[in-house]
Design a binder for this molecule. Structure first.
Ligand code: BGC
Length: 886
């Protein structure tokens, strides 16, 4: 598929491309422009006259969320049944690209069977801070793991003729204020940590599409950013797919078109079409540019239709997919500790404790929520498969995580009478939801208390941790064994039983550090940062921070045990004949299974630069390989170290460079468990003068203090510019979030009106006894929504112009009180509306009345569009549009 910028050139060599382009060029301008945004919540415009079919896009990422009627992006409305595979954290912990491809293919097949052309996933944002509400949807804190596994998932999905759409591009690492938060990150960290995974995923996976993130990056929304979309994504990386906004994430449609954004989703009822049409008419942008973007949309729709036409009807074997989900969940389960209590003998008397054993948590909340085909309970599996006695006690309230003294007493009592106690603890549902960051890294108090009570009652206690994100585990030394089961998808209950009983090996390794305290570099700027998040820790994220500081985290990146034992021998490094192009060197390791059970091991290769000119973390993952071995079996692995591992991004020159010099290759079982250190000299591509200049660059030493958090001077040096001023709350604009309206009296009244309407709508959608997670999520979403988002999600009920008017008026009302009001813009002095609602200050203004009416309709329709009960395209049909524009 040609990219937008090269479409014209390709059209000369591709007859189908020429014909398509010609047909699109002949369309009236409004129809052409209509192709650049959705026709409904999940579909693009079909233009029969130009031979452009409709394309269906839907979530993703760990299963298909196809909504036949209800349309929302928060997992509120119903969706078709589909297999809920393990979430990304769990899949990633398998460190097994082949398995991830297999899962991707199964998801692709299900997507095709549900008529979906593009699946919105995988999610591959870096886990900068484990408190991020969507940590469960992301693979890792490391870009090599994220990128390789995302590529594996993309290949799998696309092998079934369904496009993958990695998301969210880029630096989308917090849920708080997610639509307006500005990730302020220095160019080097952006390249080496946050863009790197996308770069790998795109070069190794070749996705059909890519989703931009809601947040800004260094002051610009990625969907408007020529640097990110054109210079990096298309020109440098050669991405040739479609770029789509996150749902409702469009900021400036014209800037977006110029930058390389193709498609706005979902339908905004044409809310932004007028600005594009005006821009073409005033020659701010060319018609050719609009055609380029329309060609990209059309070609993707055609490509998808061709895949559907050329393949047999999919035959989805539910049970087989369920079995695959079970296998994948077990493969991602990590044995954090074990004194030999695991695996359990089937004839033991077991106390099964913890409500999650019976009411499993297996996925997070939000747009990724899948309507599972079946759900396995660990309790039922243990009761069925254990021949000794099995007693159960819930131990806590599964919704809140609180434990009463009676619950704790009952749990301790059954633990005391058993050979082994298996305690299920983890995060409550509200702890893992899109749109909501966690305020604490601790487990709920009731869960911590339960583990203590049970460990005190029975030393043979096994803890099963059910959470898609790292948590603090202050009691980790007490249980006999701890299993991290993550959020393992619909079959997790069965997979946990498989692992506990030793039917399957827990072959996972952590892909995100479990800190031993809430204080670590990224934590200094996370959470209540609102509009600006300073990435002052630079490259010191996760194990990059702990290994540099010489700290031992609770459980380190890459850590995980086994029921068998392995020996590593003949570890050698050869720089002679690299096995792949641009490889630096090859590491050979012979791994032997020295135990009596089959098992898998993961060899991880890190690189440490000795005295680099630009600061670097102590070690960074270069590559990895997983191997499965029967008892006594051995295999020699050859791991090729990519050349890029020894490179760094020179922020001043704006390019990657290889300073060269002495490195150490660390062959390791985890970031904190190095088995061999092999020195290697790397040839550089810089001369002495360039090396000196690099070393003397501002920001070269990064955050130098022991806290690893840059101070103002260091941060400005790393950024290469002064630290930007925070976004002013006043005057209000369409980018103001509802909460910020609280800055003035008039704003507070408007905010109260918005919230009231939203509240009414929410009650309608969620009922009078709402699910607490959906309630919290939807409340936070509306409070943190910028006004422009309401327009985008109103399906055509609201207009940017009306909101612009409202905000100007609200700002002016405040300034009037200070006797310094700017003159109202003439376009706001529109003819009086019929309503005569009183102004917040008691007077009556026709303009206020018309704005208030718009606000009312928009706010009540905003939830209708994304919490609605019917999939209802609000755009006027093309045919009904009047005068064609040219
Ligand atoms: C999420 C995306 C999702 C989209 C559609 C957004 O709120 O950020 O990940 O794909 O909704 O549901």
């Amino acid at each position: 598929m040609p990219d937008a910028s090269s479409a014209a050139a390709d059209a000369t060599s591709n007859p189908d491309g020429i014909a398509l382009r010609r047909r699109l060029a002949e369309l009236p301008l409004d129809q052409l422009v209509s192709m650049l945004s959705g026709a409904s919540f999940w579909t693009t415009e079909a233009i029969d006259a130009a031979g452009v079919p409709q394309l269906v896009l839907t979530d993703g990422p760990h299963g298909v969320r196809r909504q036949p009627a209800d349309a929302d992006h928060l997992g509120i409305g119903g969706s078709e049944k589909a297999t809920c595979f393990p979430t990304a954290t769990c899949l990633a912990a398998s460190w097994d690209p082949d398995l991830v491809t297999e899962v991707g293919a199964a998801i692709g097949l299900e997507a095709r069977s549900l008529g979906v052309g593009v699946l919105l996933g995988p999610g591959l944002n870096i886990v900068r801070h484990p408190g991020g509400g969507r940590t469960f949807e992301y693979f890792s804190e490391d870009p090599v793991v994220s990128g390789r596994l995302a590529a594996a998932m993309i290949r799998g999905v696309q092998s079934e003729g369904v496009g993958a759409c990695p998301k969210h591009f880029v630096a989308n690492n917090t849920e708080s204020y997610r639509l307006v938060s500005d990730s302020t990150v220095d160019p080097r960290t952006l390249r080496e940590l946050y863009l790197r995974g996308f770069e790998i995923a795109i070069s190794e996976g070749a996705p059909w599409a890519l989703m931009t993130s809601y947040n800004l990056v260094n002051g610009v929304h990625p969907s408007d950013d020529t640097f990110l979309l054109r210079d990096v994504l298309r020109d440098e990386w050669g991405f040739d797919g479609l770029v789509v906004t996150d749902w409702g994430g469009v900021n400036d449609r014209v800037a977006g078109l110029r930058a390389g954004l193709d498609l706005e989703m979902p339908s905004s009822g044409g809310a932004h079409d007028a600005s594009v049409i005006d821009a073409v008419r005033s020659e701010e942008i060319s018609r050719e540019l609009v055609i380029d973007r329309a060609v990209t949309v059309a070609e993707l729709a055609q490509r998808s239709a061709a895949e559907f036409a050329s393949r047999p009807d999919p035959d989805v074997a539910d049970l087989e997919h369920h079995r695959l989900a079970r296998r994948a969940a077990a493969a991602g389960t990590v044995l954090l500790t074990n004194d030999g209590t695991l695996p359990l003998r089937p004839d033991v008397d077991v106390a099964v404790i913890g409500a999650f054993a019976h009411r499993p948590r297996f996925q997070g909340a939000g747009s990724s929520q899948v309507n599972a085909t079946r759900i396995e309970r660990a309790r039922a599996h243990l009761e069925e498969r254990i021949t000794g006695s099995v007693r159960y006690s819930p131990g806590y309230d599964p919704a809140t995580g609180e434990a009463t003294p009676t619950q704790l007493r009952d749990a301790a009592s059954i633990a005391r009478g058993a050979d082994v106690a298996v305690v299920f603890v983890g995060l409550p549902p509200i702890g893992e939801a899109e749109g909501l960051d966690r305020r604490t890294l601790s487990l709920p108090g009731g869960h911590d208390a339960l583990v203590s009570a049970v460990c005190a009652a029975n030393p043979n206690t096994v803890v099963v941790l059910v959470a898609g994100a790292p948590t603090l585990l202050p009691w980790a030394d007490r249980p006999a064994a701890i299993l991290a089961a993550h959020l393992g998808g619909q079959a997790a209950g069965a997979a946990i039983a498989d692992v506990l009983l030793g039917d399957v090996e827990p072959s996972g390794r952590l892909t995100t550090t479990f800190p031993d305290s809430p204080v670590f570099p990224a934590a200094a700027n996370f959470g209540d940062t609102r509009r600006q998040v300073h990435y002052r820790e630079g490259l010191y994220v996760g194990y990059r921070a702990t290994t540099t500081a010489g700290d031992t985290p609770r459980f380190g990146f890459g850590h995980g045990g086994s029921y068998t034992t392995f020996e590593w021998a003949d570890i050698e490094l050869s720089t002679g004949e690299p096995s792949t192009e641009n490889a630096l060197a090859t590491v050979a390791v012979t791994v032997r299974n020295t135990g009596e059970r089959a098992g898998s091991d993961v060899v991880q290769v890190y690189l440490r630069a000795i005295d680099p000119p630009l600061y670097r973390p102590d070690r960074e993952l270069a590559t990895f390989a997983k191997v499965h071995l029967d008892p006594g079996e051995s295999r020699t692995l050859q791991l090729s170290i990519p050349g890029r591992s020894a490179e760094c991004f020179d922020p001043v020159a704006g390019r990657w460079c290889r300073p060269g010099g002495r490195f150490e290759v660390l062959v390791a079982a985890s970031a904190h468990d190095v088995r061999a250190t092999l020195p290697v000299d790397v040839d550089g591509d810089l001369n002495d003068g360039q090396l000196i200049a690099l070393r003397n660059q501002p920001g070269a030493s990064g955050p130098a203090d022991a806290s690893m958090v840059a101070d103002d001077d260091e941060f400005a040096a790393m950024l290469g510019r002064p630290i930007p001023e925070p976004w002013p709350v006043l005057p209000f604009t369409i980018h103001t979030v509802i909460d910020e309206l609280g800055a003035t009296r008039a704003g507070r009244l408007a905010r109260a009106a918005f919230l009231k309407v939203a509240d009414r709508q929410r009650t309608k959608m969620l009922g009078s006894n709402p699910d607490p997670v959906l309630l919290a999520l939807s409340e936070q979403m509306i409070r943190e929504a910028p006004l422009r988002f309401l327009v985008s999600m109103s399906g055509g009920a609201g207009s940017i112009k009306a909101f612009d008017g409202l905000t100007t008026l609200l700002s002016a009302l405040r300034l009037n009180r200070n006797r310094s009001a700017p003159p109202l813009r003439s376009d706001l002095l529109a003819p009086p509306a019929t309503s005569s609602s009183p102004q917040p200050d008691g007077t009556r203004s026709p303009r206020w009345a018309s704005c208030a009416a718009t606000m009312q309709s928009t706010c009540s329709l905003a939830p209708t569009a994304h919490w609605s009960t019917t999939l209802r395209p609000r755009r006027r049909s093309i045919a009904s549009r009047s005068t064609p524009l040219t």
